[in-house]
Design a protein around this ligand. Structure first.
Ligand code: CP
Ligand code: NVA
Length: 313
């Protein structure tokens, strides 16, 4: 089986996403019934992380354990990518021991270098440009809550960051409309936007928050200052004034609208405490589904989706 990487959502087709979701649905249902599937028994995952993490780290480590495998976490101080060792040498060494590598790093280029040198599959656990695992889990969560993705209006309020880039790529796979409201100078990457629009994504970028949220089925936001941009926090707080997801904005959305956030959240900045804690908020369902969807991604990569039909254990 040829190795598959997941560096951006362009690496998976709609059919493959549907297959991954179907495995995730079954793994989630069975886990809640106390039925385990040791599909990755004897397999090892390396987590190579240059940025902090709660959800990504714990969901991958736990997921691997639930599938009968094992995970090794390597933080920034251990490997010192590009300082102690080149990304390529690190990838080639890891490939001799482990079966799959999850990377959280700054540059998409470093991720690509690791994937190009590794002989085992590589998964993007977040870069400055993309966060595909989060958006796959978010789409899965929306399917649970709304029963469909087709035809939804998804409004993203805030920074045109890694989350927005992965959402725009998801808009190429699913026929929902994706509207981003962001201040001038904080638009998503022009090339990723162009490519997603040319590939059929129904994407709109506006400065007018009201235009984005009016009638929306989904209200999504993320931090104004992403990991690695901490020195810009003060400037960003000023630039994003007026882009806070608050109750007034929620009131303009569809009356059945849900509120989403990838977390961690900065209450009082991009979202109010009241909105984050409101009954519309599905943020912890999103967090939970990281586990189920990533387990399905690991099974798809290491066994193919047919591997998931093995006997219950
Ligand atoms: N949403 C997300 O990726 O969370 P962590 O940064 O905690 O992994
Ligand atoms: N945009 C955020 C997402 C965190 C999950 C960041 O990159 O820090």
């Amino acid at each position: 089986m040829k190795k598959r990487d997941l560096l951006t959502l362009s690496d998976v087709s709609r059919t493959e996403i549907d297959q991954i979701f179907s495995v995730a649905r079954r793994l989630k249902r069975d886990q809640k019934r106390g039925v385990s599937h040791l599909l990755l028994s004897g397999s090892t995952l390396a987590l190579l992380f240059e940025k902090p993490s709660l959800r990504t780290r714990v969901s991958f480590e736990t997921g691997m354990a639930q599938l009968g495998g094992h995970a090794v976490f390597l933080g920034p101080d251990e490997v010192q990518l590009g300082v102690r060792e080149s990304p390529s040498d690190c990838a080639r060494s890891l490939s001799r021991w482990v079966d799959v590598i999850v990377v959280r790093t700054f540059s998409q280029g470093v991720l690509e270098e690791i994937a190009g040198s590794a002989s085992v599959p590589v998964i993007n656990g977040l870069t400055d440009l993309h966060h595909p695992c989060q958006v796959l889990a978010d789409c899965f969560t929306l399917l649970e809550h709304k029963g469909k993705l087709d035809g939804l209006k998804i409004a993203f309020v805030g920074d045109g960051n890694n989350m927005v880039h992965s959402w725009m790529q998801a808009a190429v796979k699913f026929p929902f409309s994706f509207v981003v409201a962001c201040p001038k100078g904080y638009e998503p990457d022009a090339e990723i936007t162009r490519s997603a629009k040319e590939s059929g994504g129904r994407i709109q970028i506006t400065r007018r928050v009201e235009e984005a949220v009016r009638g929306a089925d989904v209200l999504y936001t993320d931090v104004w200052t992403s990991m690695g941009q901490e020195s810009e926090a003060e400037i960003r707080r000023k630039a994003f004034k007026g882009y806070q997801l608050d109750e007034a904005l929620v009131a303009m959305a569809d009356r059945h609208a849900v509120v989403m956030h990838c977390l961690p959240a900065h209450r009082g900045e991009e979202i109010t405490h009241e909105v984050l804690e409101s009954p519309r908020s599905i943020v912890f369902d999103q967090a939970e589904n990281r586990l189920h969807v990533q387990k399905a991604i690991l099974v798809w990569m290491l066994k193919g989706t047919k591997g998931s039909r093995s006997k219950k254990t």
